[in-house]
Design a protein around this ligand. Structure first.
Ligand code: ADP
Ligand code: ZN
Length: 612
């Protein structure tokens, strides 16, 4: 007897094997048990409910948070030959009625719906009449007030379930791993003895690194130049930063676009499409961008600012490399990021929690600050970055992964006690005059530079003026950041981050302590990224990509919906010339083989003839 789930996996999705966790989740659902799947972004959660949905006799409802992206998911399913539809509030009532009518008549197996539509009378009527085999909740952490991304509309799910004549099977999926969020989901959805599958959070194809550049714009331009022609996301902390960074990139003629909550809905949609369709493969965005985006060929995620917590960081960074190809997750860190994050935390708690009791608000605020501390630790550690991430999410990991920025860097111990004392005395001498400045001016004084501020406050008469003249200002700032991190200096956000000496800084200044740093010696060569898909023929890959672009334009779908980059590289390596061989390529299912296979086989044959 052939196993139906394997048939479907191959026929519709073109894969031969399941990834970790998928098969168990599917088996449990098929046996009629509720399932909660906790899997990292890119692990392949969708197949876990899509395959059972194709086997169950009734319809499967999928709750998904973002209307704009439901359409993409439904489009991708349609390409794979899976009948699916969506219902959302942007649809005219007549169109919605048509979709529901078609669903009732059995014309679709998966119906995607926004949570706020669930309890609309027309939909409730439909749901009471139609046999619903399963209710699936995507991004299920949105139901938890403890999660980093609570959405009140998710509470409607409970109400909806209670209004049904019979309770369907319930499955829920999230990438957020904390026990509290998990418990909230199980409770809110009334799951009965659910099977809870938590897969490993490691994403071996992602290369993590942290840089601490003296100029972020220059660092970003260099990183993008090294990745020319590839698609990626640049995350910034604020709307203003998105505007500035995007303007800068566009002025350098880079194909960038932008996304943040301050733009009109039309512009957001337009820019998002430009990115999805690879017309503008670089997206500069706030964290408003990305949930539900499953563009599989994102090959880098650069954080221009440090996010507020590791949950957000790993979720955003995890949007890279969903196709399993090597991808980079780079954090550009500066001490200023900590202040920006603190400010954003403070402000969001003020805005959101008006209704909360002061004690509760205080508790939430403290938890946010603790999360920020853990994030800052990641940004400044010299330990293996992958290990730091995995341990944060409660997983054990080897001391060194051998595939992250820190594992590839040799650190050396540097005794910077003397330099530290010079910086501390500069702060001290200024305070004697009742003056307090931030790190930029301090560095200017120490390196003996000339500027308006220096003249205005006669800072060149200080005994510490120019005592670090042979160091660069960047080096002085780096050391100052290290002094702040170790608590020898503190900054006052209310006074433009002016620096103050702490008791431990005072002790260090007076020679009662030493200041030893681990600093990077040299970066390993950037050769690592090249090793992917060993035997792949670059030339052919380029031609297959061009063909994909042309087909995508004709079909009005994003290129990756036709085939992912991973599929194209496998195709370039195998060079199939028959449909049978084509079906052996990773990611080629029957529907796509029928629709697009001919064109790709033709291109490969032409290529082989030209080469012969
Ligand atoms: P998630 O929702 O967990 O973030 P997706 O369901 O979007 O992840 O899947 C991520 C990518 O992995 C998609 O491109 C999908 O086609 C691919 N994928 C899923 N399952 C498999 C599998 N068994 N083998 C190969 N690729 C898979
Ligand atoms: Zn490592």
């Amino acid at each position: 007897m052939t196993d139906e789930k394997y048939d479907i996996l191959k026929r519709y999705f073109g894969y031969d094997t399941f990834r970790e966790g998928q098969e168990q989740v599917i088996d449990e659902l098929l046996s009629g048990r509720d399932v909660l799947g906790v899997m990292p972004t890119g692990a392949g959660k969708s197949l876990c409910y899509q395959i059972p949905a194709l086997i169950f006799p009734g319809i499967t409802l999928v709750i998904s948070p973002l209307i704009s992206l439901m359409k993409d998911q439904v489009g991708a399913l349609a390409e794979a030959g899976v009948p699916a539809a969506c219902v959302n509030s942007s649809m005219p009532p007549a169109e919605m009625a048509d979709a529901l009518y078609a669903a009732e008549a059995g014309a679709c197996r998966l119906l995607y719906i926004a949570p706020e539509r669930l309890t609309a009378p027309a939909f409730l009527d439909f749901a009471r009449r139609t046999p619903i085999a399963m209710l699936t909740v995507d991004e299920a952490h949105c139901i938890s007030q403890w999660g980093q991304d609570f959405r009140p509309s998710y509470l409607k799910i409970e109400e909806f379930l209670a209004a049904l004549p019979a309770r369907p099977l319930v499955s829920a999926f999230t990438a957020t791993a904390t026990a509290q969020v998990r418990d909230d989901i199980v409770r809110a959805l009334g799951m009965r003895e659910p099977y809870i599958k938590t897969t490993g959070f490691d994403r071996p194809n992602l290369y993590f690194s942290v840089e601490r550049p003296s100029s972020k714009p220059n660092a970003l331009l260099r990183l993008l130049a090294e990745r020319a022609g590839k698609s990626g996301i640049v995350y910034c902390a604020t709307r203003k930063a998105v505007e500035d960074v995007c303007d800068m990139l566009v002025s350098k003629r880079l194909p960038a676009t932008r996304y943040h909550a301050g733009l009109s809905a039309e512009e957001r949609q337009l820019n998002q499409d430009d990115f999805l369709y690879d017309r503008r493969p670089i997206m500069v965005a706030t964290n408003a961008f990305g949930m539900g985006i499953d563009k599989s060929n994102v090959s880098f995620v650069i954080h221009y600012n440090m996010p507020k917590n590791m949950e957000s960081y790993y979720q955003e960074a995890g949007r890279a490399g969903r196709d399993g190809e090597p991808a980079d997750c780079i954090l550009l860190y500066s001490g200023q990021d900590v202040h920006t994050a603190e400010f954003l935390i403070e402000r969001s708690r003020e805005a959101e929690d008006d209704a909360l009791a002061p004690a509760v608000r205080q508790h939430l605020l403290e938890r946010d600050r603790e999360r920020l501390r853990r994030m800052t630790f990641y940004a400044t550690t010299t330990e293996c970055l992958r290990r730091t991430i995995l341990r944060y999410f409660g997983e054990e990991a080897p001391l060194s992964c051998g595939h992250c920025g820190n594992c590839d860097t040799t650190f050396e111990q540097v005794d910077a006690t003397v330099e530290a004392q010079k910086i501390l005395s500069c702060v001290y001498r200024l305070s004697e005059r009742g003056l307090h400045f931030g790190r930029v001016i301090i560095a200017a004084v120490l390196t003996g530079s000339k500027s308006e501020k220096i003249d205005q406050f006669r800072l060149d008469t200080l005994s510490t003026y120019g005592i670090m003249a042979d160091a660069t200002a960047a080096r002085v700032r780096q050391l100052t950041d290290a002094l702040i991190e170790r608590g020898h200096l503190r900054t006052d956000p209310a006074r433009y981050n002016a620096l103050f000496l702490t008791p431990s800084g005072n002790a260090l200044m007076r020679g009662r302590d030493t200041f030893v740093l681990r600093l990077p010696r040299e970066k390993a060569p950037a050769a690592r990224a090249a090793e992917s898909s060993a035997a792949m023929d670059q030339d052919l890959f380029g031609r297959l990509r061009a063909l994909r672009t042309a087909l995508a334009q004709k079909a009005h779908v994003p290129p990756y919906v036709i085939f992912s980059n991973a599929t194209l590289s496998d195709m370039a390596a195998r060079q199939p010339i028959t449909e049978f061989e084509l079906l052996a390529v990773r990611g080629v299912g029957e529907a796509k083989a029928r629709r697009y296979g001919g064109a790709f086989l033709e291109e490969i044959k032409r290529y082989l003839q030209e080469k012969a």
